[in-house]
Design a protein around this ligand. Structure first.
Ligand code: FES
Length: 147
């Protein structure tokens, strides 16, 4: 069965089962491997993408429910994304790097929705896990990008 999706501004027809997680469609059908698999049950945030600008966990959204404009780490653009990526570089956030696309996508959605105070920062970013425990650098980068 074919499902029409809009990803990074490009229309695609996905030939797959309706309950295929969006994460697998992105990675296995479209080769967009910047979005990572961590837990597969919506708990770690590694698979975070945007749908209509909101951060969502692509492992937990079936393709047939992915009806909005989807943006992956490969497709983020604009001033907020530029500020976030620059802050990530400035604070040398990444260690192993695996969770970072999800962290960046969560941060962009948070700052775009703004304003960002410590409570909002913690509430959002605490949902994205990092095995290397780069949390202090992540939060410093988000604070800087949010200014
Ligand atoms: Fe989706 Fe962990 S892989 S939340």
């Amino acid at each position: 069965m074919a499902f029409r999706v809009l990803i990074n501004g490009q229309p695609h027809a996905l030939d797959c089962e309706p309950d295929m997680p969006l994460l697998w469609a992105l990675r296995d059908l479209l080769g967009l491997t910047g979005t990572k698999y961590g837990c597969g049950i919506g708990q770690c945030g590694a698979c975070t993408v945007h749908i209509d600008g909101a951060a969502v966990r692509s492992c937990s959204i079936p393709v047939n429910e992915a009806t909005g404009a989807i943006t992956t780490i490969e497709g983020v653009t604009g001033p907020v994304a530029e500020r976030v990526l620059a802050a990530w570089d400035a604070h040398q956030v990444a260690q192993c790097g695996y969770c970072q696309p999800g962290q960046v996508m969560a941060a962009i959605a948070l700052i775009t929705a703004g304003p960002v105070d410590e409570e909002a920062l913690e509430a959002t970013m605490s949902g994205n896990l990092c095995r290397c425990a780069t949390y202090m650098r992540i939060r410093a980068a988000v604070r800087e990008a949010a200014q």
